[in-house]
Write a protein that binds this ligand. Structure first.
Ligand SMILES: C[S@@+](CC[C@H](N)C(=O)[O-])C[C@H]1O[C@@H](n2cnc3c(N)ncnc32)[C@H](O)[C@@H]1O
Length: 226
């Protein structure tokens, strides 16, 4: 990976800035705040499945994963979490982010564990949380997990910075692994993204975004057989 610079965001949590791309991993208005708003509140907590499965695009810093563990533990809600990442971060960068310390000693243990655990296998991280990380390129046509998911966290870099991740073909592939009634959330509110997700089989809505962002998108997978 290219040069990575740690930046403090408005809520005190850090994110990574990639100068060559002119893009950061999270909003400068608050990394934890944004992840909690977009992925946890509007996605994970919105879906009512008691044993949910989550598929994440872009494992990155593991922040969405950690926040999901915290909720799974709090709600005693057994959760399976699959995540795909093309450029796994090196451990020193992750240690400097230190997201666990914002919450508890237990959260720090889980944060270490999600980064140190092996890739390409399902690993038990805590009583209510199992993780499977896959190190691959989502744009590779053949990649598709062999199971369906209740909640999709679509957390790629922005559509203007990485358009190859926001294509009708990728949305269609992800739609195929989304359960009927499953939830797709992303921080982007772009019109083209909304239209392409509708074509891929989701009933889309615009929701209020996290601080600094007017709107975000949520889709519900519509049963194509109905
Ligand atoms: C906006 S960051 C978010 C990461 C993460 N969800 C987090 O909270 O830190 C986007 C992530 O997508 C990953 N990524 C970029 N291109 C990818 C690809 N072709 N396939 C899989 N992951 C990719 C990046 O390396 C980065 O970790």
């Amino acid at each position: 990976m290219k040069q990575q610079i740690l930046k403090k965001t408005a809520d005190g949590s850090f994110t990574i800035y990639l100068p060559e791309m002119g893009e950061q991993y999270h909003s400068m208005n608050g990394a934890i705040t944004e992840s909690n708003h977009v992925f946890i509140e509007k996605g994970y907590l919105f879906h009512k499945e008691t044993n949910p499965s989550v598929f994440e695009v872009g494992f990155g810093t593991g922040l969405n994963c950690l926040l999901t563990i915290l909720q799974a533990q709090k709600l005693k809600r057994p959760t399976v979490y699959y995540s795909v990442e093309k450029y796994p971060l090196n451990i020193e960068v992750v240690q400097n982010l230190d997201y666990g310390s914002f919450f508890s000693d237990e959260a720090s243990t889980w944060f270490d564990k999600i980064h140190s655990c092996p890739w390409e296998e399902e690993v038990e991280i805590s009583d209510y949380f199992k993780l499977c990380k896959t190190s691959t390129d989502l744009t590779t046509k053949s990649f598709l997990p062999e199971r369906n998911f209740d909640v999709i966290y679509f957390d790629a870099f922005g559509p203007d910075k990485q358009p190859e991740m926001w294509t009708p073909e990728i949305f269609e592939r992800i739609s195929r692994i989304t359960q009927n009634g499953g939830v797709f959330v992303t921080y982007s509110a772009k019109g083209q993204v909304r239209r392409d997700l509708t074509t891929a089989g989701y009933r889309m809505e615009r929701l209020p975004g996290p601080p600094g962002k007017k709107q975000m998108l949520r889709g519900i997978k519509v049963d194509s057989k109905l």
